[in-house]
Design a protein around this ligand. Structure first.
Ligand code: SF4
Length: 388
């Protein structure tokens, strides 16, 4: 089960980090590996997903046994009924792939994958491996809802694919690799295809980098990958990168250019994340009795709660307080009502009857990589001419 997953020093999920900053893996070893509540929630969802895939593809489980297992999962304090819905999206996707083939494809679930022929002591656990025809699918279920994770050129997925290819290419003629990330809470199903030859070439290209990373050698390189590094708060390379303003000091004109605005905004995003990491670190250090000069931990603003809301309200009513004063009646927002009604009823009863109008959102700044089309208020010469 996924909750018991062991991790390699050069883990596949951390590959983006150690490929970009080779000494990071050894530095991270000096920090405790703590699991967040989000990760624990993800582990629970993975266990449900695994059960569903096993039931469908590998070991038919009767309804009673299946329901008992689900009942056990529901005892977990992190349980949310949404897990059932989201794991169905994953199951349905894998089923749809399997149904494309005339004969049943090979399916492995929660498969230990060794990629140590490319990365020293490299191993991991793949959520689902499917081989149909000449195609090897590496399918990853992600329960996070922070940012959508793309399958395109994803190092974690490529490492799993390398390991799976090494294991199965003796039995199957694998020519194409499909990497798939299913992140149902963000409606993200991301697919990426590459040839087996390209995958193997990539594997060869990372061998020397992985060797360095295993030995803890190379240069500390700060970047977006620092977000997931256990050393992120105290890392000197990240600190120096964030506080160095050298390139901006060298720029002479009194007004900064648009190019510099872009660069500064880019830096500011990293800076904001870094400051937040430092604050979290400093708070936990202060709470442990360490000294962070100039700072201390204090009690935050408290909150008041009803000891028993039903008893309290009954008491208020018996004292003559009007019930209308105790509750507020608020209409649901359109997206919330759509969730309650379901898409079909929402379309019939609201959109279909013209009760919903769409307003464009306020212009907002986004990264160039954002999928939305860019907008402008600038009037083109043709438009200006038309309006004259
Ligand atoms: S915080 Fe960034 S620069 Fe520092 S070790 Fe980790 S990945 Fe490397």
């Amino acid at each position: 089960m996924i909750g018991d997953r062991a991790h390699a020093l050069l883990s596949a999920s951390g590959a983006n980090k150690w490929l970009n900053c080779t000494p990071s893996a050894r530095l991270e070893e000096t920090f405790q590996d703590t699991q967040s509540e989000y990760a624990a929630e993800g582990s629970l969802a993975h266990e449900v997903a695994e059960l569903k895939l096993r039931k469908y593809f590998l070991e038919p489980i009767g309804p009673r046994k299946f329901n008992n297992q689900i009942k056990k999962f529901k005892e977990n304090p992190l349980w949310d009924d949404e897990i059932l819905k989201h794991t169905d999206v994953y199951l349905e996707y894998v089923q749809s792939i399997a149904h494309q083939y005339n004969s049943s494809p090979y399916v492995a679930v929660e498969k230990k994958i060794l990629y140590d022929m490319y990365v020293p002591e490299g191993f991991g656990t793949g959520d689902c491996i499917l081989i149909g025809g000449n195609t090897l699918y590496v399918i990853d279920f992600k329960y996070g809802k922070g940012v959508p994770v793309p399958a395109e050129d994803n190092s974690q997925m490529k490492l799993y694919a390398l390991g799976a290819y090494a294991e199965y290419s003796f039995l199957y003629n694998i020519e194409t690799i499909k990497l798939v990330i299913i992140q149902p809470r963000l409606n993200n199903i991301s697919e990426y295809e590459l040839s087996a030859a390209d995958l193997l070439e990539w594997g060869e290209s990372i061998k020397p980098i992985a060797e360095k990373a295993f030995k803890g050698e190379g240069e500390f390189i700060s970047g977006d990958h620092c977000r997931f590094c256990r050393a992120k708060s105290l890392c000197r390379a990240r600190t120096e990168f964030n506080i160095s303003l050298e390139e901006f000091n060298q720029m002479k004109p009194p007004l900064i250019s648009n190019e510099e605005v872009g660069q500064i905004l880019e830096r500011a995003q990293n800076l904001a994340k870094w400051v937040k990491d430092l604050e979290e670190y400093a708070l936990s250090a202060c709470l442990q009795g360490e000294i962070i000069p100039g700072w201390k931990a204090v009690e935050g603003r408290g909150s008041r709660q009803y000891t028993d809301i039903d008893v309290a309200f009954e008491d208020l009513k018996s004292e003559g307080i009007d019930e209308a004063l105790l509750y507020e009646r608020k209409p649901l927002t359109v997206p919330a009502l759509e969730k309650v009604l379901g898409k079909k009823q929402y379309r019939e009863l609201l959109e279909g009857k013209g009760h919903v109008k769409s307003e464009p959102g306020k212009p907002t700044l986004a990264r160039e990589s954002d999928k939305r089309e860019s907008i402008t208020n600038k009037v083109t010469p043709e438009e200006a001419f038309k309006n004259e």
